[in-house]
Ligand binder design. Structure first.
Ligand code: BGC
Length: 758
């Protein structure tokens, strides 16, 4: 069964075409029965299907059929393992097939500009390279099962505050270097069936009506040939959206939208060829998606649950592992230890976020059950209420202290109540609830061996936790099997190998976006530019609680023998670097290390981040095991987006390749010298005096003019710092300071477009 798209375009009437560019209901495209065009179904979401058999909604209210709830994006991002994302994707794809569902609405790959964004649990990272590689994994996994994806939300959708109206004002270099690369990577390498445009405006124009985003960048530059769907309700004006490149409006605004499209074509306001292009994209999507319609398949819920558990365990980040009084590390728990589990979250798990990504899980593990199963009898005290504070908490606190005092080690869960973070609004602070911190203090006063386990979607401040936590485990929102996964890490059945995909600052105010988040008056200005996340903390040399890329293990690793070889050339457009390094597990247990490669431009004519992640790989090693890994960096890894040249540029000079285990532990450094064509602009009237003097020919010509009687701008060394930054044409207007206009014109003519320094 397939569609003859070209023939159908000839047969469709104008109203039928218009109807196809809107859906038919909340989760279905529009069918045209007369021509055998079926409706296909789409559904959220990023970490599990939210397929709704009944009336649909996009805020997570209505029921959905049971589906495996995998760890949320902020969790799996910490795995730094695209292969794991591929496996999760394949499982999601299979679950979609089992529901005859053609497109999964995910992944969400927006950058974590601020830790406050309410949807950070649905996004991967503050780093575009990491988000791109992980998102690519999940797209490849889902699409390997013949099911489509929707890469979202395109673009600059980095907050929930006023998300449908806010204008994200972002300069082009920042868009190109920070907010677009993950999309670009996945679009070009993964060819997602659909891209979902965001609700917000980008530099004054709604994403759904933005021809620069949807046509110039996405299609013309990146070669995208799939479909662009609106976020649910983001197609604000039908006709401009069609012109701009939006193919499909979801959910449909019926009958208004198709009627408006028909009227616009009849009135000559919409070119029918434009409508045809949109209809073609819809038909091509339906053609691909209809393959699942007649399937009668199921999925192995137990196997998917096991995968969810393994994924959640691989996503756990061990932040701290101090020693007990006996001198052994607090974690993993020894089998003979008496363990007290404190925290309501141990029996009432928080494992996913709220909103459109909310999944109805096939089963649900609790830490209490799973730790009891793995470790043996534990005592339990709820210790606090979730979201409350008051007399009830006082009583619970006393119970927790009693339990803690009688135990060798306390496992204490702390986390954000569900109401604190969700789609639809942003957080206003990064703190854990005060009632939980009060219980932690009381517990730690009774027993110093406290292993704190955090359950939260977005990062939280840890200043109140650190002094009372002998060990600290970031478990994120780990999905339906998070309970077992945490137990696996606590007991040592799994050696933690997660690494932070986002920085944990000491204070919210330290975050680079702080002064410009979430904006006001319907505008948010991305004032920090390219300096988001660690790029900002590194540039201002701010101390942070835990740096980007950080994570401990129950074993130790050594990185040695860094070797970097450059191949190709900038002029040929194929510069590449092969980065080789040896990883050795020097500890006593098997584990996985994440080798991280950062590039630092040592001589740049523009402001650049101190360093940027450009490569990483995860290596599993037995104790004593060693492996040589090679990572390839491409030309883009050395480039910046030049606003003067309107393109990617590599500047000649030295670059440091820094290799290590997180962004602030990069012991291996190799400096390479890159040869590249000059990016200097030709000297002209608006080049400054300094620029003329820095160029040997320009300097000689000025000296010749002075010798011929023209005023010499260099004659007074004290004036030179003042005159030097001024354009020559401006100096020429100030009689007596430099050469006159006629002379300047002649000098420029003699230069004939010759390049000088920028
Ligand atoms: C969200 C999307 C989601 C859509 C459909 C919107 O509110 O922003 O991420 O895919 O709803 O549920």
């Amino acid at each position: 069964m397939s569609l003859d798209v070209t023939a159908l375009l000839d047969d469709l009437t104008l109203p039928e075409k218009a109807s196809l560019t809107s859906g038919s209901s909340f989760w279905f495209t529009a069918p045209v029965e007369r021509l055998g065009i079926p409706a296909i179904m789409v559904a959220d979401g990023p970490h599990g299907l939210r397929a709704q058999p009944g009336a649909g909604d996009h805020v997570g209210l209505g029921d959905s059929v049971p589906a495996t709830c995998f760890p949320t994006a902020s969790a799996v991002a910490s795995s730094w393992n695209p292969a794991l994302l591929r496996r999760i994707g394949a499982a999601l794809g299979q679950e979609a097939r089992a529901r005859n569902l053609s497109v999964v609405l995910g992944p969400g790959i927006n950058m974590k500009r601020s830790p406050l964004c309410g949807r950070n649990f649905e996004y991967f990272s503050e780093d575009p390279h990491l988000a791109g590689e992980l998102g690519l994994g999940i797209v490849e996994g889902i699409q390997s099962r013949g099911v489509g994806t929707s890469l979202k939300h395109f673009a600059a959708n980095n907050q929930e505050t006023d998300r449908m109206r806010v204008d994200a004002q972002v300069d082009e270099r920042t868009l190109r270097e920070i907010y677009l690369p993950a999309f670009e990577r996945i679009v070009t390498a993964g060819r997602p069936w659909t891209v979902m445009c965001s609700y917000n405006k980008v530099n004054g124009t709604s994403a759904s009506e933005n021809p620069w985003l949807l046509t110039t960048v996405l299609r013309d530059e990146w070669g995208y040939d799939g479909l662009v769907v609106s976020d649910w309700g983001a197609a604000y004006h039908r006709v401009p959206a069609l012109w701009a490149g939006l193919d499909l409006e979801m959910p449909p605004d019926l009958p208004r939208s198709p009627e408006a499209v028909v009227a616009a074509v009849r009135a000559g306001e919409l070119d029918e060829a434009v409508l045809d292009a949109r209809v073609r994209a819809v038909l091509e999507l339906v053609d691909k998606g209809m393959a699942v319609l007649e399937l009668d398949e199921g999925f192995d819920a137990d196997a998917h649950h096991r995968l969810a558990r393994a994924a959640a365990a691989e996503s756990v980040v061990l932040l701290k592992n101090g020693s007990t009084a006996g001198g052994t590390p607090v974690l993993p728990l020894a089998p003979s230890e008496r363990v007290a589990v404190v925290g309501e979250f141990a029996r009432t798990p928080r494992y996913q976020g709220a909103g459109s990504s909310q999944v109805n899980p096939t089963s649900l593990e609790t830490l209490l059950d799973e730790l009891t199963a793995a470790h043996g009898e534990v005592t339990f005290a709820p210790g606090y209420t979730i979201g409350g504070d008051g007399a009830a908490d006082d009583a619970l606190r006393a119970g927790a202290v009693t339990a803690a005092a009688a135990a060798d080690t306390v496992v204490m869960l702390l986390g954000l109540p569900g109401a604190d973070e969700s789609e639809g609004f942003d957080r206003t602070h990064m703190n854990l609830p005060a009632n939980q911190i009060a219980t932690l203090r009381a517990v730690a006063a009774a027993n110093t061996a406290v292993a704190v386990v955090l359950v939260n979607g977005a990062t939280v401040l840890l200043g109140d936790v650190e002094p009372h936590a002998a060990a600290l485990v970031e478990a994120w929102l780990g999905g339906q099997a998070a309970g077992g996964a945490i137990a696996d890490v606590l007991t040592g059945a799994v050696n933690p190998s997660g690494r932070l995909a986002e920085t944990v600052p000491h204070r919210l105010e330290d975050n680079p976006s702080y002064l410009n988040f979430p904006g006001d008056s319907r505008v948010v200005r991305y004032g920090e530019g390219i300096f988001i996340g660690y790029r900002g903390y590194d540039a201002t040399r701010s101390d942070v609680a835990y740096p980007f890329g950080f994570g401990l293990s129950y074993t130790e690793f050594a990185l040695t023998d860094l070797d970097v070889t450059l191949t190709g050339s900038v002029a040929g457009g194929d510069l590449a670097a092969q980065v080789g390094v040896t990883v050795t597990n020097t500890g006593a247990v098997a584990g996985a290390e994440v080798v991280q490669v950062y590039v630092r431009d040592l001589e740049a004519s523009v402001a650049r981040p101190v360093r940027e992640l450009k490569g990483f790989t995860k290596v599993d090693l037995e104790p004593g095991g060693s492996e040589r890994v090679t990572l390839t960096l491409d030309q883009r890894a050395f480039s910046f987006w030049s606003i003067r040249r309107n393109g990617w540029v590599v500047e000649a000079g030295e670059f440091a390749i820094e290799v290590g285990r997180h962004s602030r532990d990069l012991p291996l450094v190799h400096t390479v010298t890159v040869d590249a064509p000059s990016i200097a602009e030709p000297l002209g009237p608006d080049s400054t005096l300094h620029e003329w003097l820095a160029d040997p020919v320009g300097a000689r010509l000025l000296a010749e003019a002075a010798a011929a009687g023209q005023p010499d701008p260099t004659r007074d060394p004290e004036l030179l710092p003042l005159l030097g930054p001024a354009p020559m044409s401006a100096l020429a207007s100030m009689h007596g300071l430099s050469v006159d206009h006629d002379t300047l014109d002649k000098l420029v003519e003699r230069l004939g477009g010759r390049s000088g320094p920028v």
